[in-house]
Design a protein. Structure first.
Length: 482
């Protein structure tokens, strides 16, 4: 859409880059992935947990084959190869077009593939616990031979009857068929069905519940990568805050975020970057994600914006965020709302420790907000009262994180344990003020408390304004024409 503004020149952009902290833009290698010792420890655990069955996993197809197989899938947009994350988690194998057999009784991992590129095969050769590669055509023959010692086959799929919530049951299916026709099954469900048909004397079970249990407690190596992913996302949030300038667009801010991710060694965003500005602050994600342009809009002075983003690093993901005022200064009303929210967010965060539950963290937040009600009036009291009701309608302030943005951890009424990693993200909406406050931190539960993995983001209104007063990667001026 035509506009009177134009992005600043390339010279200004380079000058701004030169003025920013060198650590963010210094050249360096990509972050290290998990070491072979990690995968060996995961294999030892799965040998113990699934000793009654042979474990069969499918790898991700190569990019050309995947493009052909999924040419009618509107969700397919991945330009690069990424191994199926659970296969990678257990084995560290990153060979395309592969099948993997894990034999708990023989304590063996066998790779089957016709892939010939020497680089990936050399990487596998360094994994001393992997046998092969064997020809892909040998896979089913060896399954028949080795299942003589088992009565069960484990593979990856979401068991529909075990999925629990309606959301989980829906996630077990894929695609959209007209009413009256059965929903199509995922590739994983089809693979499980074919195994049951091919080996009718064996029980086919899902490996998914076992993996969820294994992934609840993060190892030090996983924490290292999760910390990197969250600190990288924190840098991007800070750069995005600096870019909330009148005249720029949501997509300008997203460009700054993507640039920060790329320079910092991220392979991409965890999900579509959410810049929810102005009236979009009060919108849930479904309509935002249902629009091809993500409901892109131009930022206006005096309004607010949510920045809700995450980076993927070495298969692990982050999901964090902050609220900022467009133009860099809170109005008195926005600042007051922010200061109602902040002590409750911090009280919940400071309460995190082993033994407390997610549900108790919700109550701590709600009680803090409720205690402020007698001193509030008008839209502040109405918004806070609604916030208390909204909080108490939930049993958690956020979600766990690992290889999945909705990761594995304790139930909402189960005690937290050291090594669990999760996000807290309460939101205080005030439609009468046309403003809302949102913060999202990612927390590691430690032996004696907690550690914020998403360090580097501002907390107080003054801190937000100080960050936003710093130079941005991009500027807006009156010469902009698109």
């Amino acid at each position: 859409m035509p506009s009177k503004l134009k992005l600043s020149s390339g010279i200004m952009f380079l000058l701004l880059l030169a003025s920013l902290p060198g650590s963010l833009y210094a050249a360096g290698p990509m972050p290290e992935k998990l070491p072979p010792s990690f995968h060996q420890s995961r294999l030892e655990e799965v040998y113990r947990r699934c000793s009654d069955g042979l474990i069969l996993l499918r790898g991700e197809p190569n990019w050309f084959r995947k493009r052909e197989l999924r040419q009618f899938d509107p969700n397919y947009s991945d330009p690069n190869f990424k191994q199926e994350r659970n296969l990678y988690y257990l084995t560290g194998i990153e060979v395309p077009d592969s099948f993997v057999m894990i034999d708990p009784k023989r304590r063996e991992v066998r790779l089957y593939t016709d892939w010939e590129n020497p680089r990936e095969l050399a990487e596998v050769a360094r994994l001393g616990y992997v046998k092969g590669p064997f020809p892909a055509a040998q896979f089913l023959h060896d399954v028949l031979r080795l299942t003589a010692d088992y009565d069960t086959i484990y593979t990856l799929y979401v068991p529909f009857l075990e999925a629990g919530t309606l959301h989980g049951k829906t996630a077990a299916l894929e695609g959209l068929f007209p009413p009256g026709m059965g929903e199509p099954l995922t590739e994983e469900m089809q693979f499980a069905h074919k195994l049951a048909e091919t080996f009718p004397g064996l029980r086919v079970r899902s490996l998914n519940p076992t993996l969820i249990e294994m992934q609840k407690i993060k190892t030090p190596e996983e924490v290292r990568i999760l910390r990197y992913a969250n600190e990288l996302a924190s840098r991007a949030v800070v750069e995005a805050l600096k870019s909330l300038r009148p005249g720029l667009y949501d997509h300008d801010v997203k460009g700054v975020i993507d640039y920060t991710f790329d320079r910092g060694g991220g392979v991409g965003p965890t999900f579509a970057n959410n810049i929810m500005s102005g009236p979009h602050m009060f919108m849930n994600l479904l309509p935002l994600w249902s629009d091809y342009y993500h409901l892109d809009r131009q930022l206006e002075s005096g309004e607010g914006s949510f920045i809700d983003i995450g980076a993927e690093v070495a298969y692990y993901v982050s999901d964090i965020g902050r609220t900022g005022p467009v133009g860099g200064k809170f109005t008195p009303e926005q600042r007051k709302l922010y200061n109602i929210y902040l002590p409750c967010f911090l009280k919940a965060e400071h309460s995190i420790r082993p033994g407390i539950t997610q549900h108790q963290l919700v109550e701590i937040t709600a009680n803090c907000a409720e205690q402020q009600l007698p001193s509030l009036q008008g839209p502040f009291k109405a918004a806070t009262d609604e916030w208390v009701k909204s909080l108490r309608s939930h049993t958690t302030l956020g979600h766990y994180q690992d290889l999945n943005v909705l990761g594995a951890g304790a139930g909402d009424d189960e005690p937290l344990k050291p090594g669990m990693v999760f996000a807290i993200e309460p939101v205080l909406y005030a439609k009468e003020l046309n403003f809302a406050v949102f913060m999202e931190d990612v927390i590691l539960v430690t032996e004696d408390g907690y550690d914020v993995l998403s360090k580097g983001m501002p907390y107080t209104p003054d801190e937000v304004e100080r960050v936003m007063a710093e130079p941005s990667l991009i500027q807006a001026d009156e010469r902009r024409t698109h």
